[in-house]
Design a protein around this ligand. Structure first.
Ligand code: ADP
Ligand code: MG
Length: 698
């Protein structure tokens, strides 16, 4: 029998394959490009392309594609055959270094937010050698960046790679200050935990809202939801287990280290976590994971829902972005060290993150803002829209001691001096996981928990990398060339704690009292919705920071802001239109029909015996009739509000009209329809109920 280690990564042109198929010279040269970012020579590209083609064809591939991540949030591919005519009428299989390095897909159908003039529809894709090529079906997929001809990024990978470069540059400066001259590269790593729902295809097909919007727009609360907490970590049902088994196999073949899987809090909700890897690769892998989850589900007669809030009143789905920083020698810079010097270095990197999260709360919030995630953040199960950090009691006490020059409770010395004293060992806090914190330190990494389940993790990591790079820049600028490094370092750390401790909060983030304290006492930001936060992408401080580290150009930021708002408006408008259609063509006729039949029943009873009261039927008909009137009015109101959107002068105004108008009209319509569902004979109701859907997989 084949074991996992036999087929793990079998569809990936990874290091093992490169070593086996490339000459030592080509391999070493490519390695330098991958590990150190050295420019790539065309002769090397040709040799790599030849080996890649040979390998791919031997695995049955007939096509290749430049695989990229446009701003639609999903991945794109345009397949080209390897096949090429030969003069004698036969065919040869061709793939050159040029084709490997650069592609020219028509960019006109991808969002560009005004970056691409209409006369210049072309864009180009450029090979990213730091992420391995892989085979999907019969196609060799080459991870690429996607840019306009003017050189502006039209994708999520380009700024992510730039942010990693910025972080590397500043982190190396700081490490040099600590005497580390051998380190060549600092890389951020990510392990994203992915939540999702699994329902049967049969239920899905009957719900236009799920099919068009990925979430239910109607649905009365089921008699049983997640009250009993009996799903979380519960036994996995056979059908789900079969899905997970095949999913793992598919992911493993692609070299994706899917490691843990379990049931989540809500019925039908599950989670998958891979082992962490370089941020860029983790991002590619997460995109692939989401795609493959949906494909494998289909093979099992299931549908995988990645929406952040598929069901009202039931937990939504998020993605936990576990993030850390490590050197090429494998030292985790967020891991407390063994010596006083390492401790001081650890504390400085920790402070860099604290400062980054406080200074750029808005960018972090923006990085997870979508119409779908707006339903989650601030609701009861997800972190609030206010960003704060959890560092745990012990580390919190260490920071307090440094800030106030007071003895740390565990230390013998009267006062903790960085670079001299050894930090007390603090344990990885595994008992108090503080699940309510949006940004938690978990011993040797940070866990950013505000991401939505369908979000690309690129955006969050771009902002995180860039903001931390900025903190490190400030530190390096200040500390380079000082005569008394230790004192300057101590002062720097102390100042960071003083200036930014408002962002540290170890309590319950779901508590209303915290939101009040956070906003009113501590002055933290609380952007509840996408229209609230998105325009701040263009605030001067954010533009200055992101452009100074060359993560984005001003034009790229303007275009992204526009695209994200457009995305928000389109998403909600499609939902609103779907509601109108469902209400008019399904719900209203169904409820009216049930009312008419009930009235007819009463009449026939009365015909039998005029003395019968028929109170049940009469009051039910009254109730149903009142509800259909309300539903008709609310549907009309919603439709009018949708039409009014045409008056919006720009996308910012349109998004505000949606936030303040459309969403509340949708809510009102839903309330009336959900009430009607609770009093309508089930056989009349036009689609499966929440209970039918949530407990459909057996
Ligand atoms: P849990 O959160 O369930 O306790 P872990 O802490 O082991 O599980 O890991 C959760 C995720 O964090 C996994 O994807 C794991 O690979 C990732 N992770 C662990 N260590 C790091 C690290 N140093 N950097 C980034 N991600 C990490
Ligand atoms: Mg976790």
């Amino acid at each position: 029998m084949k074991t996992v280690s036999d087929y793990f990564g079998e569809n990936v042109f990874d290091d093992r394959v490169m070593k086996a198929t490339l000459s030592a010279k080509v391999y070493n040269s490519l390695k330098q490009t991958i590990d150190e970012g050295k420019a790539l020579d065309i002769s090397v590209a040709n040799a790599v392309a030849a080996a890649m083609k040979q390998w791919a064809i031997s695995k049955g591939a007939t096509h290749f594609t430049h695989w990229f991540q446009p701003l639609t949030g999903i991945t794109a591919e345009k397949h080209d055959g390897f096949i090429s005519p030969s003069p004698d009428g036969s065919v040869i299989m061709e793939f050159s270094g040029k084709e490997l390095i650069k592609g020219e897909p028509d960019a006109s159908s991808f969002p560009s937010g005004g970056l691409r003039a209409t006369f210049e529809a072309r864009g180009y894709t450029a090979w990213d050698p730091t992420s391995y090529a892989f085979i999907k079906g019969k196609t060799l997929c080459i991870p690429t960046a996607f840019c306009s001809y003017g050189g502006h990024a039209l994708d999520k990978k380009t700024p992510l790679l730039r942010s990693m470069e910025a972080l590397n540059k500043q982190a190396l400066r700081v490490l040099k200050l600590f005497g580390n001259d051998t380190v060549k590269r600092v890389v951020s790593s990510v392990g994203p935990e992915q939540e999702y729902f699994l329902i049967t295809k049969e239920m899905y097909d009957k719900r236009p809202d799920l099919r068009f919007c990925g979430r239910t727009l109607f649905g009365a609360k089921p008699p049983k939801g997640q009250e009993m907490d009996d799903h979380y970590f519960g036994a996995i049902k056979p059908r789900v287990a079969a899905f997970m088994e095949e999913l793992n196999d598919e992911l493993w073949k692609l070299g994706i280290m899917a490691k843990t899987e379990h049931n989540e809090v809500a019925p039908a909700q599950h989670e998958l976590a891979p082992i962490y890897t370089t941020t860029n690769v983790a991002t590619d892998h997460n995109q692939l994971t989401m795609e493959i989850m949906q494909k494998v589900a289909q093979k099992h007669g299931l549908v995988c829902l990645l929406h952040e809030k598929p069901f009202a009143g039931v937990n939504g789905s998020g993605k936990h972005n576990n993030w850390s920083l490590a050197t090429d020698a494998g030292q985790n810079l967020l891991s407390p060290g063994e010596t006083p010097y390492e401790n001081a270095q650890f504390l400085l990197f920790l402070c860099a993150v604290i400062k980054a999260v406080d200074d750029y709360q808005d960018l972090l919030r923006i990085s997870v803002a979508t119409a779908g995630n707006d339903h989650r953040l601030g609701a009861n199960e997800a972190p609030p829209a206010v960003i704060s950090m959890f560092v745990g009691d012990e580390l919190g006490a260490v920071l307090d001691a440094i800030e106030n020059d007071t003895p740390y409770k565990g230390a013998e010395k009267t006062q903790m001096k960085l670079g001299v004293d050894v930090l007390p060992k603090f344990n990885r806090d595994t008992t108090d996981r503080n699940r309510t914190s949006p940004f938690a330190f978990t011993g040797n990494k940070f866990e950013f928990r505000m991401l939505g389940s369908s979000n690309s993790i690129a955006c969050a990591n771009i902002m995180l990398n860039a903001a931390v790079a900025e903190s490190l820049r400030v530190y390096a600028d200040r500390l380079e060339g000082v005569s008394d490094f230790e004192t300057a370092l101590h002062d720097m750390i102390k100042k960071t704690i003083k200036d930014h401790k408002r962002i540290i909060f170890n309590g319950n983030g779901y508590d209303d009292a915290w939101i009040k304290e956070a906003t009113e006492v501590r002055g933290l930001l609380n952007y509840r919705t996408t229209p609230d936060c998105m325009p701040h992408l263009l605030d001067k401080k954010n533009v200055d920071m992101l452009t100074s580290h060359k993560v984005f150009s001003v034009e790229e930021l303007q275009s992204r802001c526009e695209i994200m708002l457009e995305n928000y408006c389109k998403t909600v408008t499609i939902e609103a239109n779907t509601m109108v259609t469902m209400a008019k063509t399904q719900i209203l006729p169904a409820v009216a029909k049930f009312a008419a039949e009930t009235a007819a029943d009463a009449l026939s009873k009365k015909a039998l015996d005029p003395a019968l009261s028929c109170e049940y039927e009469t009051s039910l008909v009254k109730k149903l009739s009142g509800l259909t009137d309300t539903i008709a009015i609310k549907t009309d109101d919603l439709q009018k509000a949708i039409i009014k959107l045409q008056d919006a002068e720009d996308i910012v105004k349109e998004s505000v009209m949606i936030r303040d108008g459309i969403l509340s009209e949708m809510c009102a319509l839903r309330v009336a329809c959900d009430e009607a569902e609770t009093v309508t004979d089930k056989s009349y109701w036009p689609f499966p109920s929440y209970a039918d859907i949530l407990f459909s997989v057996r």
